[in-house]
Write a protein that binds this ligand. Structure first.
Ligand SMILES: Nc1ncnc2c1ncn2[C@@H]1O[C@H](COP(=O)(O)OP(=O)(O)O)[C@@H](O)[C@H]1O
Ligand SMILES: [Mg+2]
Length: 322
């Protein structure tokens, strides 16, 4: 088995949302709940789930952009929330982020070349090498020297994402957290960007935490897949096992929601939108929507266990077969 690059243990994040000028609307949002998983060196770990289930919050915690309410994240064995200053700087180099919307994350007054050059200049040991390094990174992501002189608004969405990726790989990171990197792009462009990311992974030995709400995208990209529901990981297994042998009823529901190429074909069991009032904290959070629920699911506190080798699930029905 590959080495563990990042280890997430018992990680939770609760946001306290004020109710405005009345206290009545104040509430807690438990965005990430007791997540434990590891990211193995060189793999793509896909994180998939409906909008609002906590994927981005988990991604931001892995980048130490957010402080956890409890639990920890270890990168190469060190807790990322208690790093000393020099170690934190090294961590910031080693773990990079690719955003969904590159337009929002690019400075409109910087050319593509300047954007990519910026992190290189910040960390350069020899500034004279920076221009050549920048050109080489631009070529790597498929942008020409002439394009390096252009500003973000002069690019298409796909090209802008190439700039976002170039900026992320500039410092030769080990781990990239890609948060919905193709969700804002036309379907015809998505495959190009996904293939570029695969190529870069091969060439530079990158590890990806690949976040998406799109089950077909996660299938295309991932070695292993973690399925998230209301802040919890409900299933974690190899890509193959998630599709050939999904153990959690929610994973099966997502399966059925994959768009069918023939638009006239009926899609059974489209998942409903997540409601704003999650069920009580007791028992399985998926209970209200679960087609296979049992009475005892209401009391059972879901935890991931491993009914099959390297295949984890949080469903009491599978517990029975142990
Ligand atoms: N900074 C924040 N303050 C308050 N609530 C937040 C904040 N960030 C995220 N949330 C809430 O946490 C939940 C998970 O959000 P998010 O991690 O963005 O989910 P996803 O990326 O899966 O769509 C949502 O209910 C969202 O409204
Ligand atoms: Mg998100």
């Amino acid at each position: 088995m590959r080495d563990v690059l990042m280890e997430i243990r018992g990680l939770s994040k609760t946001f306290h949302v004020s109710g405005g000028w009345t206290r009545r609307g104040a509430r807690e949002v438990r965005a990430v709940r007791d997540v434990t998983l590891s990211i193995r060196a060189g793999e793509t770990l896909g994180l998939v789930g409906e909008s609002g289930c906590g994927k981005s919050t988990l991604g931001r915690l892995c980048l130490a952009l957010e402080k956890p309410t409890s639990g920890e994240v270890r990168f190469e064995g060190r807790n990322i929330f208690t790093l000393t200053k020099p170690k934190r700087k090294a961590f910031r180099r080693a773990v990079q982020l690719v955003f969904q919307d590159p337009y929002a994350s690019l400075n409109p007054r910087r050319t593509a070349g300047q954007t990519v050059m910026e992190p290189l200049l910040l960390h350069a040991t020899d500034p004279r090498l920076v221009p050549e390094n920048t050109r080489s990174i631009m070529r790597t992501v498929g942008l020409s020297e002439e394009q390096a002189q252009r500003y973000p608004h002069e690019f298409s969405g796909g090209q802008r994402q190439r700039i976002g990726i170039a900026r992320a790989i500039a410092l030769k990171p080990k781990l990239i957290v890609a948060d919905e990197p193709v969700s804002a792009l036309d379907v015809s462009i998505q495959a190009q960007i996904l293939n570029l990311m695969k190529q870069l992974q091969r060439d530079f030995g990158l590890t990806y935490l690949f976040i998406t709400h799109d089950f077909s995208v996660v299938r295309y990209m991932s070695d292993r897949i973690a399925v998230m529901y209301l802040g919890r990981i409900v299933e974690l297994a190899s890509n193959k096992a998630i599709f050939a042998n999904p153990l959690h009823p929610y994973t099966r529901l997502l399966h059925r929601a994959i768009p069918v190429p023939d638009p006239r074909a009926k899609r059974p069991g489209q998942p409903a939108e997540i409601d704003d009032h999650p069920p009580s904290e007791e028992g399985c959070l998926f209970y209200p929507r679960c087609p296979e629920r049992l009475d005892r699911c209401r009391e059972w506190h879901p935890t991931l266990f491993e009914p099959e080798a390297d295949h984890r699930v949080a469903c009491i029905r599978k517990k029975g077969s142990l």
